[in-house]
Design a protein around this ligand. Structure first.
Ligand code: SF4
Ligand code: ZN
Ligand code: ZN
Length: 308
């Protein structure tokens, strides 16, 4: 590896393969922050007086998200960052991650709001999983749908303008492919959808890390010694995305830029979808009044099934 930084003449410590940049420590940190700032601006994700809920899992993605937003938002005195952790109730995993989340937020002088599945839905994820029948969904389906609901409820309680989540480029590319493979093309058309086109009745969710690869995130957090919990969730073996990960990693390795190209394709589909008159009108869930494509939303259906 050539030993000089592409931006200055210091020794390079990192090669960002998809941009062919060789970076020294300082330029790695700076270009990482700049990439996030560009993503935020490109999709108009944040406004200068936003109350921003930052979803913190205790893992590396959300640690980097909070660390970078803290620096970007320090230039906007009217904005506010409110870190929130959803405790799904995964013994030996989320409890440890929660400690990392608390330490991370404390280091930035922010306080952390914690909201649990148990308090909101009467069951922890571990309990929901135990109550599953053979025909039930995977743990990650319950987790994903209910976490989304929990975050929205937290955002409403806090009167947030927007919810920032730490999905990275690898996550987004996996999600796009997953949606294609499940035949759920309409979901692809919500990739980095502008805030102005968010679903009415839900607090807009933005993903400022979507143009940063997982490798970039690991490099940034290691270099700055960020505190995070790095043990995989015990249910991660059930996650659909894990089947796609090796394939996408291999493609990105052979052809750097593949992940970014998938993201850009999905964004182009989103633009085309938004420009086309659509009959995809949402109803209101009869149980909880959330916007929903069917009479009863997914979260309510899941909870009713479990409660019997
Ligand atoms: S791996 Fe699945 S169950 Fe575990 S935190 Fe992620 S979505 Fe939830
Ligand atoms: Zn440099
Ligand atoms: Zn509902």
């Amino acid at each position: 590896m050539q030993s000089v930084c592409s931006k200055c003449d210091k020794p390079a410590v990192y090669l960002r393969r998809y941009t062919s940049e060789r970076l020294c420590k300082t330029c790695l940190v700076q270009t990482t922050i700049d990439r996030v700032r560009r993503t935020i601006n490109r999709h108009k994700m944040l406004e200068e007086d936003d109350r921003i809920v930052v979803a913190i899992s205790g893992g590396k993605d959300s640690a980097v998200l909070l660390h970078i937003l803290y620096q970007i938002e320090s230039n906007f005195s009217k904005s506010e960052l409110i870190p929130v952790t959803i405790d799904e109730g995964i013994k030996g995993y989320r409890d440890k991650a929660l400690n990392a989340a608390k330490e991370m937020t404390r280091s930035l002088n922010l306080s952390l709001e914690v909201i649990s599945f148990k308090d909101l839905f009467d069951y922890s994820l571990d309990e929901l999983v135990k109550m599953r029948t053979d025909n039930s969904l995977g743990a990650c389906s319950y987790c994903g749908v209910l976490r989304r609901r929990a975050l929205n409820e937290a955002g409403e309680k806090i009167e947030a303008d927007v919810i920032a989540v730490g999905h990275n480029l690898d996550d987004e590319a996996q999600t796009v492919l997953m949606n294609i493979m499940r035949g759920d093309s309409r979901r692809i058309a919500r990739t980095n959808v502008p805030r102005s086109r968010s679903i009415e009745g839900l607090i807009p969710r933005v993903k400022p890390l979507t143009e940063l690869s997982e490798r970039d995130i690991v490099a940034y957090s290691h270099l700055l010694g960020l505190v995070y919990h790095d043990v995989p969730c015990p249910y991660s073996g059930e996650a659909y995305r894990n089947d796609l990960k090796p394939f996408l990693n291999d493609m990105e390795h052979k052809r750097p830029g593949t992940l970014l190209a998938i993201l850009r394709s999905a964004e182009a589909m989103t633009e085309a979808f938004l420009a086309t008159p659509s009959d995809w009108s949402l109803k209101t869930c009869e149980r909880c009044n959330s916007p929903s494509p069917s009479k009863v939303c997914k979260a309510c259906k899941m909870l009713e099934e479990i409660r019997g």
